[in-house]
Design a protein. Structure first.
Length: 353
């Protein structure tokens, strides 16, 4: 396989949290035409900075996935289709995009999604190296190798797993835990006949995409009713996550942590509280960390203004519980002076450019 920049080692002084300001889609108010908060990713990072959990120079800078990277999964035919603005308009569900010149669409709409996709691929290797990683974006679970949809233009989950299988020694089994409100039909189609990938998917059975064919790939299907609330939801998540990981111990868990299960989400149709979402992420991380299985989390869907705060609160909660930690270069450095020296000497390292 070719040498990709996405797999360069991040220095150990950085948190395995991947982000780039390029994630955010801001353009002539176009982003307001989709129920999606297209600046949500930057807001999550700002909340984490306010809480002093992270600093710009201590997170891993995501890089854009190149065509060469994308072709590990995508067909050339599919990537060529994205050169038509109306195709991108259909995939992102922002109709006016159809009327923009494609170079504008590439730069303002697709580049952010390609950068988030690069972030997921990078976070896959980080998770294996560090035991966990979070891509503040990504989770485009409706996109498969040759078809996008539902705001998902690149199959980042499939890509991250294929990269690990092909390039990282000792990774030969993966489990996807997809807890976005929608069925993850993209990765399901991609891994339909791949016995190395175990898929658990919990979703509202009545909403988009209702992909009956893709459902055949789900090993553990948790179909939820309209308006499902915290108690029932958390009990089901706990039972099935434990069951899935007891059935098969993977080398990596990809956790699609959509926040569109939130009560009041116009598309999700479920009724989970902010506290319920924080608890859900805790349940998944506890299951992974207690079994010492590396876990990669992506943020996926979530269509309300308050979701960024909830994602940040969840990451802070995982940290407070010791489920995520930042390994310093010398893991024995109790001396704050030494720690500060290490931090100063590695300040510019997290940005791998």
């Amino acid at each position: 396989p070719h040498r990709t920049e996405l797999y360069e080692d991040a220095p150990s002084a950085c948190w395995p949290i991947v982000y780039s300001p390029d994630y955010n889609i801001t353009f002539m108010g176009l982003e307001k035409l989709h129920p999606f908060d297209a600046g949500k990713w930057g807001k999550v990072i700002n909340f984490l900075k306010e809480e002093k959990l992270i600093a710009d120079d201590l997170i891993v800078q995501a890089r854009e996935a190149t065509d060469e990277d994308l072709l590990v999964v995508h067909t050339r035919r599919y990537l060529n289709k994205l050169k038509w603005s109306f195709v991108v308009a259909t995939i992102t569900e922002i109709p006016p995009v159809a009327f923009l010149p494609n170079f504008v669409v590439q730069r303002k709409v697709l580049k952010p999604l390609r950068t988030q996709t690069g972030g997921t691929i990078m976070a896959g290797k980080l998770a294996v190296d560090r035991g966990w990683a979070i891509n503040v974006g990504g989770g485009f679970h409706h996109c498969s190798s040759d078809k996008g949809g539902g705001f998902c233009a690149y199959a980042d989950i499939t890509l991250a797993i294929k990269f690990l299988f092909e390039r990282v020694q000792g990774v030969s089994k993966a489990t996807i835990i997809d807890l976005d409100a929608h069925q993850g039909n993209g990765h399901e189609r991609d891994f339909m006949d791949d016995h190395r990938v175990y898929i658990m998917d919990a979703y509202n059975r009545y909403i988009y995409p209702g992909d009956g064919f893709a459902k055949r790939a789900i090993k553990r299907k948790v179909e939820l009713e309209w308006g499902t609330e915290d108690t029932e939801y958390l009990q089901k998540v706990h039972t099935h996550v434990e069951g899935a990981l007891n059935e098969l111990k993977p080398d990596i868990i990809v956790y699609n942590a959509g926040t569109d299960i939130l009560d009041g989400d116009p598309l999700g149709g479920l009724a989970i509280s902010p506290q319920g979402i924080v608890k859900r992420d805790e349940v998944v991380f506890k299951a992974a960390r207690s079994r010492r299985i590396p876990i990669l989390m992506v943020t996926s869907g979530g269509y309300q203004k308050r979701t960024a705060r909830i994602i940040a609160d969840s990451i802070l909660n995982l940290h407070n519980l010791g489920l995520i930690d930042k390994e310093l270069v010398t893991s024995g450095a109790e001396n704050p002076k030494v720690e500060q020296m290490i931090r100063d000497s590695t300040k510019d390292l997290c940005n791998l450019s």
